[in-house]
Write a protein that binds this ligand. Sequence first.
Ligand SMILES: C[S@@+](CC[C@H](N)C(=O)[O-])C[C@H]1O[C@@H](n2cnc3c(N)ncnc32)[C@H](O)[C@@H]1O
Ligand code: SF4
Ligand code: SF4
Length: 393
Amino acid sequence: MLARAVSHLRKLIEDLPAWSALPRRVGLMALKDFNHYVLLRSDRYFKRTRMWGYPSFVHFEPINRCNLECPLCPLTTGRMDRETAVVSFADFKTVIDQLGPFTKTLQLVGIGEPTMNKELFEMIAYAKRRYSPIDITINTNGHFLNEMNVERMISSGLDVAIIAYDGLDADTFLTYRVGGDYDKLNQGIKRLVERRRTMGRRKPVVHLQLLLHRDAASQAEPFRRRAASLGVDIVRLKTLDVHYGIGERFDGSPDSTDLIPADVEHATRYRMEAGRLRLKRSVTTCDKPYLMTNINGDGSVTICDMDFNNWHPFGNVFTTPFREIWNGPAYVKYRDTMLRDFTALSMCAECTCPMTFESETDYEVHEELVDVPAEGGDWPGDKTIPVSRRSAL
Ligand SMILES: C[S@@+](CC[C@H](N)C(=O)[O-])C[C@H]1O[C@@H](n2cnc3c(N)ncnc32)[C@H](O)[C@@H]1O
Ligand code: SF4
Ligand code: SF4
């Protein structure tokens, strides 16, 4: 009881500087909402190719190197052949000081392991302090959750940590997370959850993600129980994208990968047609060019995170003001082509994760998110649409 009161008091004191910044926060919230709900939506409605609004969802890759070799990752397949890039705090600041006032969600992820950037938590703390309300998420393979990083992560104010789990046992996990350490991962997750509790914090909200690869697709139910025992907040079931690491043109041959689950119709984003894999969902539109922007670790700006190799480069935000890139000729041309002939853009026509203003995240398309219930509580997941139905959307 006393410990709880002390922890609440400590939190209140820690948050004092944030409270004193309240008027600024309210102003920023109004600006972000105006940008998101009025400017960007009107841009989309009137099919403008030169935008009035600024992206409200920003993907920013902190580093493009990794400690693992997941078989379908563009780093492993060699599909991503950009030079090594580690974003410095100074470059991050250059970007966030331009985009922060308008950004609702910042996802610090790309092709690489974000927590290998030693300045990552400093960047998050800066963005949260200066541009709150801004929601920050990272995706991580969870291999660097040591005492120091866990403490820095919690103190930074990070909102969401999506941790890749990908198997109920070491062998299943290693099918996809090649080079990984299952014990280390489990210890790191427990450490994060426990430290968050002792620090009296609710954030980061921890999402545990199971990628439904060949060996993991049948483990969704026990995975939920494992997530509850680890004390995380949300489980995420994510269907596998089998072709983003292979090539821009997906030839559909079933042997493109042997990692696709046997239950193709239900557990994947694909269907089988005459012995070939086809996308379940034929994409004809996507609002990402209006809603979001993607910044790779070298500062190059692209339409979205699918263009991890700068096939369609729009400019470099480390050297050119973002507003010049956002309404520059290359960006405008991409939006224009997209509006006139979506199929002319092979990357888009074969994409498995388009986004619309209505869904606002791509998760609706290929991920199921379920709250982990308190001990002894019911699984709301049992009442939600099974992932097979969602992924068929
Ligand atoms: C490229 S990873 C980078 C972040 C981090 N290194 C990781 O693996 O979590 C970004 C996200 O894509 C997921 N991912 C990896 N391979 C995938 C695949 N073949 N299909 C769908 N998602 C995948 C990861 O689990 C992660 O949530
Ligand atoms: S951990 Fe993430 S970045 Fe690293 S190889 Fe795997 S999917 Fe790619
Ligand atoms: S359709 Fe896919 S590749 Fe094209 S902009 Fe949307 S998310 Fe990116």
